[in-house]
Design a binder for this molecule. Structure first.
Ligand code: A3P
Length: 313
C-alpha cells in the first residue's frame, strides 16, 4: 500500500495512484484495497479507520448497497429504542428517515464538512457502514462490539440498484442499459463492489465468530419476519414478546415507511430523495426484468464466487 500522510487525511497523491474508472458513465470510482469507491469515500474511510474507537456495546450495521439497509436500520432503531420519545408517544420513524437516524459513517463524513461529531451518541451507539469487513477499523474487529450484516440475493440486488441509480443519475433520461448494468455487477465494478467479495467477507467472518457477527438475509426476513426479528433482537440482547415483535414489524413495514411524509418528500445525503430508498420490496422482482441470458450470467458468477463457500441465495 502507498505511504500516506501521518494526519488523518490521505494525501491527493495517494488517491491519484489508485486505479480509476467510471460507473455508468456517471460517477468516478477508484479501487482501494480491492473494492470500488468514490474517491471522497476512500478519504473518509481512512479517517474512520484511524479515528474510530469502538465501545463494547456499540452495534455496527453493515451491508453493501441495495440489500435492505434501510429496513435493517429501522428495525434496529426500534429494537434498541434509539432516539425514542416514548414520553410524548412520538414514533421517531415519523420524524426522520432511518437513513438519517442511523448514519452511514463514511458517507456522512464525506458529505458533511466540517465533519460533525458522528461518533457521539448515547450508548448503545448504533452505526452503519457500507465498507467491506477487511477495511473496518481494527477496534471494531477486535472489541466486543456487535456487527449485523444484511445480504440479499444478487439478482434482486442488481435490479434494485439499477432502479436506484436510474433515479439518481438519469431522472430525465432513458434507463441505463440493463445488460451493461449486469456486466458491471458481475465484474464487481460499482460503488462498494465487488458485491460477492463484500458478502463473502462478512459471511465467512460470521461463521468464525457467530457471537460477534449476525449474518441476515433479506429473503429470510421476508419469509419469516417474526422469527428473524426475534433472532436479531436476541442477538442485540433484547428478548421480545410476540406483541412487541409485531409492533416493530408494523412500524418498519415498507408500506408504512414509504407513505410517511418524511420519506415521501425529504432527502438525506447527496440530495438523494428519501423516497428512492423505498420501492417494491419483494423477493424475485428480478424475474420482471432480466432476460434468460442475463439470468445465466449472474447465476454463473454467483455459483463461481459463492458455491465453494456454502453460501446460497
Ligand atoms: P427494491 O428496490 O427491490 O424494492 P437499501 O435500503 O439497502 O438501499 O435497499 C433498498 C431495497 O430495500 C429496496 O428494494 C427497497 O424497496 C427495500 N426496502 C426498503 N425499506 C424496506 C422495508 N421497510 N421492508 C422491506 N423492504 C424494504
Amino acid at each position: 500500500m502507498v505511504e500516506q500522510e501521518s494526519s488523518n487525511t490521505p494525501n491527493e497523491d495517494f488517491l491519484n495512484q489508485l486505479k480509476r474508472t467510471k460507473f455508468w458513465d456517471a460517477m468516478d470510482i477508484c479501487n482501494w484495497e480491492g473494492f470500488w469507491f468514490e474517491p471522497g469515500l476512500v478519504k473518509s474511510a481512512l479517517t474512520f479507520q484511524k479515528t474510530f474507537e469502538a465501545q463494547s456495546d456499540d452495534v455496527v450495521l453493515a451491508s453493501t448497497i441495495k440489500t435492505g439497509t434501510t429496513w435493517l436500520k429501522a428495525l434496529c432503531l426500534c429494537i434498541l429504542e434509539k432516539n425514542s420519545d416514548t414520553n410524548n408517544n412520538v414514533d421517531i420513524l415519523e420524524k426522520e428517515c432511518p437513513q438519517f437516524q442511523v448514519p452511514t459513517i463514511e458517507s456522512l463524513m464525506y458529505v458533511t464538512k466540517p465533519s460533525p461529531d458522528v461518533y457521539s451518541q448515547p450508548s448503545p451507539r448504533l452505526f452503519h457502514t457500507h465498507l467491506p469487513f477487511s477495511v473496518l477499523p481494527e477496534s471494531i474487529k477486535k472489541s466486543n462490539c456487535k456487527i449485523v450484516y444484511i445480504a440479499r440475493n444478487p439478482k434482486d440486488t442488481l435490479v434494485s440498484l439499477w432502479h436506484f441509480f436510474n433515479t439518481i443519475f438519469r431522472p430525465d433520461q432513458e434507463p441505463y442499459p440493463l445488460e451493461k448494468a449486469v456486466e458491471n455487477f458481475c465484474n464487481g465494478v460499482q460503488q462498494y463492489g465487488p458485491f460477492y467479495e463484500h458478502v463473502l467477507q462478512y459471511y465467512l467472518e460470521s461463521r468464525k465468530r457467530p457471537e460477534k457477527i449476525l449474518f441476515l438475509k433479506y429473503e429470510d426476513l421476508q419469509r419469516d419476519p417474526r422469527g428473524e426479528v426475534k433472532k436479531l433482537a436476541s442477538f442485540l440482547g433484547k428478548n421480545m414478546g410476540e406483541k412487541e415483535v409485531d409492533k416493530v414489524l408494523w412500524r418498519c413495514s415498507l408500506e408504512r415507511l414509504k407513505n410517511l411524509e418524511v420519506n415521501k418528500n425529504g432527502s438525506v445525503l447527496h440530495a438523494v430523495p428519501n423516497s428512492s430508498y423505498f420501492r417494491l420490496g419483494v423477493v424475485g422482482d428480478w424475474k420482471n426484468y432480466l432476460t434468460p441470458e442475463m439470468e445465466d450470467r449472474i447465476n454463473e458468477t454467483t455459483s463461481l464466487k459463492l458455491d465453494g463457500f456454502g453460501l446460497h441465495f
